[in-house]
Design a protein around this ligand. Structure first.
Ligand SMILES: *Cc1c(COP(=O)(O)O)cnc(C)c1O
Length: 370
């Protein structure tokens, strides 16, 4: 019996009856796009995050991109402006910026948390800087109070890429409520996952929410009347219905992820394997449990031999991708090292205690090859 990295089949099997009933309700309704399920989910997710507005969109990339586009439409940022972003993130954080003809300025993370280093952010602020995109990497909140202070001092927008951090909390406020606007992804493997693609923008800013609600629907608030050149990026009724079921169970899932993380952190003590840092429990929802190892490939191979699947998030940083040849010269030594050393262990709301024990045992047995 192998230990899979994440079994989406198991994740959704737990709620199969509820999911099928919800899908049936949509099928029978005869209404499949921009309907009651979406409106209900938007209210429920806004309440969960503690913000005024949720706008459901097609995916997480579009959510982040539409936030920037919305601010452009409102005249707050313009083409050619700079946006500071972590060098070590999933490429979507960069794509949303360049898609809007804005300039991504990658910065280094803190050693301990893998999240944006506020000192590096401050050093990167220039006359054309308009926004910071903070990514809550692997499910752990970035240092939002430090970043908010910087944003205030330099009059910058603070945008959260919360695709990995649904439900993470700081001082009673959840991811999504810690900046000017936030983007979520509901890709099936995220902590709150649909059964297909999905995403959402959340914000307290009514003008921004209104713009984005129009932009996602061809730039129209009233059918066939187009105030902007929008796109088609909507969260459909079936996915909204799936997400309403899964949102009800999100906090239980987060609790189980925290339990898995606690057991890994208590059970693994191998000098070759550096465990992830987590300050306060509420700040981390453990989308991924990422260790560091100078012989990462050997560790992954060793786990594989023991029937344990692991993954690398991410093998190549965006500034080293062919897609971002223009950023090749960026000096990001820590970011580059992390990409060679990180390894994500199995993690998820259905990972059994036995499976966790097996991962711990295999990690304990790992010896660096000479
Ligand atoms: C998944 C992810 C996205 C993109 O979400 P999609 O729904 O896949 O488009 C953006 N940023 C981060 C950090 C992600 O993990």
């Amino acid at each position: 019996m192998d230990v899979p990295f994440l079994s989406l089949k198991d994740v959704n099997a737990r709620y199969a009856d509820e999911l099928k009933a919800a899908a049936g309700r949509v099928i029978d309704s005869g209404w499949y796009v921009l309907g009651e399920e979406l409106t209900a989910f938007e209210h429920e997710f806004a309440a969960y995050c503690g913000v005024r507005h949720t706008v459901g969109v097609g995916n997480g990339l579009d959510a982040l991109s539409l936030i920037l586009r919305g601010y452009k439409e409102l005249g707050i940022i313009e083409e050619g402006d700079e946006v500071i972003v972590p060098g070590n993130t999933f490429i979507a954080s960069f794509l949303a910026i360049s898609e809007n003809r804005l300039v991504p300025i990658p910065v280094e993370p803190c050693q301990a948390t893998f999240n944006m280093d506020p000192a590096c952010v401050e050093a990167a602020i220039g006359p054309r800087t308009r926004a910071i995109v903070a990514v809550h990497l692997y499910g752990q909140l970035a240092d939002m109070s430090a970043l908010a202070a910087l944003a205030r001092r330099h009059n910058l927008l603070l945008i959260e890429d919360a695709a990995q951090a649904h439900g993470a909390m700081s001082d009673g406020h959840k991811a999504g409520a810690l900046g000017d606007a936030a983007a979520f992804s509901f890709f099936p493997a995220k902590n709150l996952g649909a059964l297909g693609d999905g995403g959402a923008v959340v914000t307290d800013n009514s003008m921004l929410a209104e713009r984005i609600a129009a932009l996602r629907n061809y730039g129209s608030a009233v059918k066939y009347h187009h105030i902007q050149r929008g796109l088609n990026s909507r969260l459909d009724e079936i996915q909204a219905a799936m997400l309403r079921v899964k949102l009800k169970h999100l906090d239980e899932d987060i609790a189980w992820r925290r339990r898995v993380a606690r057991r890994y952190r208590e059970g693994i003590s191998n000098a070759q394997i550096q465990l992830p840092y987590a300050a306060r429990e509420e700040r981390h929802v453990w989308h991924l449990f990422v260790v560091r190892c100078s012989r990462r490939d050997a560790l992954q191979q060793h786990l594989q031999v023991h029937g344990i699947q692991s993954q690398v998030h991410y093998p190549v940083p965006p500034h080293r991708q062919p897609a971002y040849a223009a950023l090749r010269g960026a000096h990001l030594p820590l970011t580059e090292r992390l990409h060679d050393e990180v390894l994500s262990l199995p993690m998820g709301p259905t990972l059994s205690d036995d499976a966790v024990d097996r991962v711990i045992e295999a990690c304990q047995a790992f010896e660096c090859p000479a």
